[in-house]
Design a protein around this ligand. Structure first.
Ligand SMILES: Cc1cc2nc3c(=O)[nH]c(=O)nc-3n(C[C@H](O)[C@H](O)[C@H](O)COP(=O)(O)OP(=O)(O)OC[C@H]3O[C@@H](n4cnc5c(N)ncnc54)[C@H](O)[C@@H]3O)c2cc1C
Length: 343
């Protein structure tokens, strides 16, 4: 086995609220987890689709926003030291001779474990792409939809497209290391947080970056090497803005993606499970949260939390065959309190 293979007890596909809480329930039983998410931060729909909207139906939390819930879950699971592989798509799954699952991501990360948990929600978030001819030919070399390594953009001429949080956050973050930075958006109004808009405008006002209120019309340069992007404004017509990196941030859509190829029975893009263990048609593969289906299923965060607790009991039996599982309360078990680092 190569050194680059991560071995763990449980692989979790999806770091949404349910995948995160699974780390807690598994951790209480002494099981370690690696999580993979195509997004560059944890929280799934809560962090990506409604970070500032209030949620009112999390037990004992009268109100919290999507981001606050994510932050609290991250705090709650901190003692269990889960390993996150963010901005990586869980792409291929194979079964090893020793019965373990081997998951490979699109970034080449390989993880092996006896248990696989699919907490993939509505599916993987995939970027919405601008309609530009030959765009795919530049992807991976000059065109990116997320930032995996900031160093990749050092001393490059970077053009960022979009008007939301991701676009503006990356203008601000990459400005100090890029050779030049520019933002292109079709109107002079931005959906991003006001403080980010302010910071972006300050960069432009200080001459450290450019803002083009324009439409993107085409890509220049022999693929995959970009030399410029054709922009069009009402005042200037078409012109080529010279740059060698383009980062379009046009938002995300969700689709089931590679999970559909994992060999598990699906029903209308959902994964049928039993309600005792939340196991799929394939032994050793569990599905929890929005991705699963069973009679009476409610797509609510609290349902996913319950599913994570029951799945963990079954996962323990697979990951620790022969060991006894004792039911314990966190309130009174010194063993659990040690795991939580509160004793
Ligand atoms: C606007 C809005 C408001 C809502 N309000 C409420 C509410 O008030 N109360 C409530 O209970 N619920 C609410 N929900 C629903 C709630 O957000 C979902 O039930 C919850 O997010 C499901 O959690 P999850 O962890 O199962 O999936 P998700 O949150 O969808 O997370 C799944 C994660 O898996 C990742 N993923 C999928 N496939 C792959 C792959 N192949 N490789 C890598 N990563 C992958 C995705 O990128 C994603 O981050 C709301 C939803 C929306 C959209």
């Amino acid at each position: 086995m190569s050194d680059s293979v991560h071995e763990t007890d449980v692989i979790i596909v999806g770091a949404g609220p349910v995948g995160l809480f699974a780390v807690f329930e598994l951790g209480l039983l002494g099981l370690k987890a690696h999580l993979v998410d195509i997004l560059d931060r944890p929280g799934g729909q809560c962090a990506e689709l409604y970070p500032e909207k209030p949620i009112y139906d999390i037990p004992a939390i009268p109100v919290c926003t999507g981001q606050e819930l994510t932050d609290k879950l991250m705090e709650q699971i901190a003692p269990f030291d889960a390993q996150f592989h963010l901005a990586e798509m869980a792409e291929a799954l194979t079964k090893q001779d020793n019965g373990n699952w081997r998951l490979t991501t699109d970034a080449g990360t390989v993880i092996e474990a006896p248990v696989l948990v699919i907490a993939a929600g509505g599916g993987s978030f995939v970027p919405k792409k601008p309609h530009l001819g030959n765009l795919e030919a530049y992807e991976g070399e000059s065109v990116f939809y997320s930032v995996r390594r900031m160093e990749q953009f050092r001393d490059r001429d970077v053009l960022i497209a979009g008007g939301g949080d991701s676009a503006l956050d990356w203008v601000i973050a990459l400005q100090p290391i890029a050779k030049s930075i520019a933002l292109v958006h079709h109107r002079d109004g931005f959906r991003a947080a006001p403080h980010s808009v302010e910071a972006m405008r300050a960069i432009v006002a200080e001459g450290q970056g450019k803002l083009h209120i324009a439409q993107m019309r085409g890509l220049e340069g022999d693929p995959p090497r970009l030399t410029g992007v054709k922009l069009e404004t009402k005042e200037e017509g078409e012109f080529v803005y010279p740059c060698d990196m383009l980062l379009p941030f046009y938002g995300l859509t969700m689709k089931l993606g590679p999970v559909a190829e994992f060999g598990i029975n699906l029903d209308q893009n959902l994964i049928p499970v039993d309600t005792e263990k939340f196991e799929t048609s394939v032994p050793g593969i569990f599905a929890i949260g929005d991705i699963n289906h069973y009679p009476g299923k409610l797509k609510l965060i609290l349902s996913g939390f319950h599913e994570a607790a029951l799945m963990s009991q079954a996962a323990f039996k697979l990951a620790r065959p022969g060991e006894r599982l004792r039911f314990q309360y966190t309130t009174s078990s010194s063993e659990l309190q040690k795991k939580l680092g509160v004793r």
